[in-house]
Design a protein around this ligand. Structure first.
Ligand SMILES: C[S@@+](CC[C@H](N)C(=O)[O-])C[C@H]1O[C@@H](n2cnc3c(N)ncnc32)[C@H](O)[C@@H]1O
Length: 265
């Protein structure tokens, strides 16, 4: 990694590439992080620094791989669960509950912890539902599809739910759990770039876009928020991360009392 001397010009061109491809805004404090990501891709592609840069700037497939290494994918089960609890409590009061299938979109689902957390709670509530779970990174989507997790990621899952919907691993899977098929079958995982992709032609009862806009600037976040507004049903919920806010953005959501990270259309 020491062999990489990232000039200001190279940093700017990489920063611009990352921004235009993913919306992720890198400031100068991230130079060391960027160097480590470059080193990783150089190792895997067996290219020198200058060869790698030209390759990256001329190969769309490599841009995808590079963005994949740059994204922050930290997630865990039952993270910031108060907004999800609120949404489900409201769903339970829906007038024609027995005929309703609730549609939810987890729009930056990372390794799947979030959509599986939503799914087990909807199942517990006896609701009928389907979840679209998307992310820009194919690596995290692979993990999500496998649905196998280390024990330490599941600490916030109530024990009764853990026992009911997760299978405990044994042998080489000791220390791991696997989401049961009865939960998996409700979730469709797909690649989706919040910045460049057109949203699916569907309407949702809730859209979760949590802990991703912290990596975007205001202009990008505002455009994502308004894009997601379009795919929500009237009275549909929009959840963001606890560290995020819609302040200073132009949008048409109303806030939900006492839950700062939750909005309603
Ligand atoms: C920190 S994780 C958040 C996961 C989950 N929503 C949560 O709150 O735990 C952020 C995710 O956003 C994804 N991401 C970053 N830029 C994206 C984009 N432009 N479109 C879609 N997903 C993106 C990353 O790949 C990563 O998996």
């Amino acid at each position: 990694m020491d062999s990489i001397v990232l000039s200001k010009k190279d940093f700017k061109s990489l920063k611009d590439l990352i921004y235009s491809s993913s919306g992720i805004h890198l400031h100068e404090g991230k130079i060391e992080l960027l160097k480590s990501k470059l080193a990783k891709r150089m190792r895997l592609t067996k290219k020198s620094y200058s060869d790698y840069l030209s390759y990256l700037h001329s190969t769309q497939r490599e841009v995808i791989e590079f963005i994949d290494t740059v994204t922050t994918n930290h997630s865990f089960f039952f993270r910031e669960n108060n907004s999800i609890e609120h949404i489900i409590n409201q769903f339970k009061q829906y007038p024609k509950l027995h005929t309703k299938e609730f549609k939810i979109w987890c729009a930056a689902c990372s390794t799947g912890d979030e959509p599986y957390s939503v799914a087990v709670q909807l199942k517990e509530a006896g609701l009928s539902f389907s979840i679209l779970a998307t992310d820009i990174s194919h690596t995290v989507l692979d993990v999500a599809q496998k649905a196998v997790y280390r024990d330490n990621k599941t600490q916030k899952i109530p024990l009764s739910i853990l026992h009911r919907y997760f299978q405990k691993g044994s042998g080489k899977y000791k220390g791991f759990v696997k989401v049961k098929p009865e939960i998996k079958k409700h979730i469709q995982f797909d690649k989706f770039n919040l910045i460049n992709d057109a949203p699916p032609p569907l309407k949702f009862d809730a859209v979760l876009c949590r802990n991703v806009m912290i990596y975007f600037d205001l202009k990008t976040s505002e455009s994502v928020v308004n894009k997601l507004y379009q795919v929500l049903n009237t009275n549909g919920y929009f959840a963001i991360g606890n560290a995020e806010s819609l302040m200073n953005m132009k949008h048409n959501f109303n806030s939900v009392k006492k839950i700062p990270s939750l909005y309603i259309k």
